[in-house]
Design a binder for this molecule. Structure first.
Ligand code: SF4
Length: 83
């Protein structure tokens, strides 16, 4: 497997994986197996769950190898604005 940073772009979320940081705890694979499947060459399928589900699972990665970027308008910390 390549040791370079991997990027997986989907609808509403981009996931990056840094193999240098992964501690192989398999939390991602057990937690959301439809998205994280090491049997696939492109092992992160960002179309297999909602962006929110993927972001929640990425947040549980103990090493920080997985990171997720959501568009600014979809982040829960962005306050709603009345116009
Ligand atoms: S949860 Fe993070 S550290 Fe564990 S296997 Fe997945 S990417 Fe690697």
């Amino acid at each position: 497997m390549t040791r370079r940073l991997q990027t997986y772009e989907g609808h509403g979320i981009t996931v990056t994986f840094d193999p240098e940081r992964c501690t192989h705890s398999a939390k991602c694979v057990r937690g959301l197996p439809s998205v994280f499947d090491t049997k696939r060459k492109r092992w992160v399928d960002v179309t297999a769950a909602t962006a929110e589900e993927i972001a929640a699972q990425v947040a549980k990665c103990p090493s920080g190898a997985l990171q997720a970027v959501l568009p600014a308008e979809r982040t829960p910390t962005t306050p709603e604005r009345e116009t």
